[in-house]
Design a protein around this ligand. Structure first.
Ligand code: PAZ
Length: 318
């Protein structure tokens, strides 16, 4: 029975990819990934290749028309992903940051909403200078970002739709397979559960004159099991579970842990997600709190996950 279910799941995944619109720039994304990962593989130390984490961040969209005018969106500011990326980099990991276009970016968290207009001003002789009140934030953003990218520690890849996200995640995961247990997936993106299959999607803008809209959404196939079983079977995998009802949060996180064979699931509740998360593993459930109102919950969370990743690599190597 399990084998039949498993085959069904694989068929669903295959048909999702076969019917998805072609990923633009797939060749250039692949070239960037190959270069980034080859560089890490060649820098092997005593524990194997350098550690690389793929951090996913922000929400995926579901287009309603092929020439898309309208879409269903998924909540996520990208704050968790951007903050976590900074802590991984600080701990010596290289990061592939798969993020939703327009969401929060690493090192840019202290910038105002409209940084270009709010941080810079024109001088009397028409030069541009940083506004005094934002100069620290601008310096942090520019120096942190440039050091990570030009040092070859950070590769940023943007997505918008569910189709792009899953195709890019597959490219990343299959490229990271060569890193074995040194690879980690930290899947903080809010991924749509339902979508309109490309072949049944309206080509042009849906007309309002046709009356109320009646639309059937298909279920997005669960990719976590494919990631674990096929794309990067030796990688250390952490997924996230967001709920608004605390009563069901831990049960849902526990189910995800078992069903998708995750190494850890980070459970969080919408209104308290910046203050506390619960790290669920096979052996324990640990509440992780931020130290104070000015600190990040991602700091102790990433520290804990890195310890677990270290133990995982040690066990695999035995
Ligand atoms: O991006 P953000 O900081 O606003 O929120 C982070 C989050 C709640 C999207 C993330 O922690 C999370 O739980 N992601 C998975 C969501 C899900 O269950 O699909």
């Amino acid at each position: 029975m399990d084998a039949i279910n498993n085959n069904d799941a694989v068929d669903e995944v295959n048909s999702f990819f076969e019917s998805a619109p072609l990923l633009k720039d797939a060749n250039s994304i692949n070239a960037k990934l190959t270069q980034f990962i080859n560089q890490k593989s060649s820098l092997s130390g005593s524990e194997g290749p350098k550690r690389v984490v793929c951090v996913t961040s922000g929400g995926t969209t579901v287009p309603l028309e092929q020439r898309c005018v309208r879409y269903i969106d998924n909540f996520s500011s990208g704050h968790r992903g951007a903050t976590s990326c900074e802590y991984f980099l600080k701990s010596g990991y290289s990061v592939i940051f798969l993020y939703r276009r327009g969401t929060c970016q690493p090192y840019c968290r202290s910038l105002p909403d409209d940084p270009l207009l709010e941080c810079f001003e024109l001088t009397d002789d028409s030069c541009i200078k940083v506004h005094e009140s934002h100069s620290e934030a601008v310096k942090k953003a520019i120096s942190g970002h440039h050091a990570a990218v030009s040092g070859g520690f950070l590769l940023k890849l943007p997505f918008t739709t569910i189709f792009e996200y899953l195709q890019m995640l597959r490219l990343i995961a299959t490229s990271m397979k060569t890193l074995g247990p040194s690879a980690m997936f930290y899947l903080a993106a809010a991924v749509s559960d339902f979508y309109v299959p490309w072949e049944s999607m309206a080509v042009h803008k849906i007309q309002s004159a046709s009356g109320p809209l009646d639309m059937r959404l298909a279920q997005v196939p669960k990719m976590l099991s494919v990631l674990r079983n096929q794309w990067a079977p030796s990688a250390f995998c952490v997924s996230f579970k967001l709920e608004t009802d605390t009563e069901i949060l831990l049960e849902k996180a526990g189910n995800a842990l078992k069903r998708y064979k995750m190494h850890a699931v980070v459970a969080n509740e919408l209104s308290t997600r910046k203050e506390v998360v619960i790290l669920v593993t096979n052996s324990e459930k640990v509440s992780v709190y931020r130290e104070n109102d000015h600190s990040d919950v991602e700091s102790p969370l990433i520290k804990l996950l890195i310890e677990k990743h270290t133990s995982y690599i040690a066990v695999i190597k035995e």
